[in-house]
Design a protein around this ligand. Sequence first.
Ligand code: PEP
Ligand code: MG
Length: 579
Amino acid sequence: MKEFHGISASPGIVISTAFLYNEETFSVPRYSIAEDEVDTEIERYNNAILSASEELTELKASITREHSEDEARFLDSHILMLHDPMFKDQVFEKLRHELINVECIVQSVIQELVNKLNASGDIYMQERTMDMNDVAKRIINTLLMRKRISLADLSHEVIIVTPDLLPSDTLLMNKWMVKGIVMDAGGRTSHTAILARSFGIPAILGLRRITMAVSDGDVLILDGQAGLVIVDPDQETLDRYKKKQTEYLKRESELFNLGNLPSETRDGKNIKLKANVEIPDELDSVHAYNAEGIGLFRSEFLVMQKGQEMDEELQFEIYKKVVQGMNGESVTIRTLDVGGDKLIHEIAQRNEKNPLLGWRAIRFCLEKVDVFKIQLRAILRASVFGPVRIMFPMISGIEELEKAMDILNSVKKELNSEGIEFSDDIPVGCMIEVPSAAMTSDILARKADFFSIGTNDLIQYTIAVDRGNEKITSMYEPFHPAVLRLIRMVVENGHNAGIPVGMCGEMAGDPLATVILLGLGLDELSMSAFGIPEIKRIIRSTTILESEEFLGTLMDMKSFKDIDKYVRNWMEERFEFIT
Ligand code: PEP
Ligand code: MG
């Protein structure tokens, strides 16, 4: 029995057999050609592009029929890549120069591009290499007249174990038979993670070398919550997980039944539960879990996905679609939060020593005013189609908030003078995720219409512990007295100024923190949509009075370890469904 820990990309517990899907190992023949054979190779290439393009068009039509046009849209980029003239020029040049068969040339040109992207340090661009590999394989398979191995033909239940699942495979696979996905590569923003979440298939990604440790037919346990894969479990572990799985499914269906019930404490306080959204494809699950709006739309993923040249029109269309899709529930669009670990080319080029303390988020936007204005114009224009809130990330003090608001006002003036409509009721808020903002939240509250506490960064900066460094995760402690005190200060300052205070960091979706957050007086919590039912269940079973008493005890404690232990014991005893 062996255990592997990875990134929990989609929740759920499954026990099934492994299906090793390793298309990477497909071999490409290599042979020399004579100079007078170059034209034949070019013709073979052109024909292959034509039939691959037809194949993709058919694939797109069938995905659109079975799912939606939106889900098939990623294939547009594959079709564009197929016809990219620069790629074609590179292939032909290399072909003439190296005099090697064209499938081998295609493979090496793609490999060079992929290596470049991998070296860029840009996580999102690295994830795009999956699409490039997908396109290359399609061309090569067409050239070799090979049929792709298809996951659509799976006829028994399996957990797919693979180095890197391609988006098109994920879309076309037989979803009744795929019980889980386990991958060496991938992050939470990859297409595969997004699709797994929307199909409700538990997935653990970023396991690095799990494909080396698993053979076809091995029994696997996949614990999506814990990000844990157990290979060849012993009987005792198997029995324990079967029980856990039954409990999980029972709990899920009970939770789902909470559906439209209000998110209200037993003594009648309503806490809005909203969803965090990275890309618009997640709207379906936002509705499935009855989110009361989008509390954080991380717009930077969109821009990173579409490229930095994303113009006003493209942004407007996407914001408009999201706003319309929420049917009157409000959408909080956070302006670009690039930098830190969300590198884009321009920032990566600066090679900062301390990117997390560097040129990021609002600092980037206040310098790149043109980019900022384009985004603000697009958001303002989308506000005609439903309630929108604008939120600025990484505000560290009043100067930045005032500058950002000045730019917003100048954009409003521009739109007015151009006769372009926008709503005159757009709340403007700021994220509180830097300790200096929390400490001066009384000052910020006079300017902002709402606060949203970003605990992911607030904890990182308060305790000086890198949120991405696995060596010090035990120090990354949401219940640290300093963090609790800062949150309390922010809520009090916000409420004294009469503005609502929400939270959109991961702490908002952590069931262990819910009673504390009620006691602290948060008005809304925004989280991954699938986390909403459990948080709602806790809110509906408690009272504000009880939560305030609980918080009072914690605030008198000195050490985060004591608080953490106390909270775990208390919550497990108080709510039998918390494990
Ligand atoms: C946060 O910092 O808590 C937050 C919500 O923003 P992000 O995780 O995108 O930095
Ligand atoms: Mg943040």
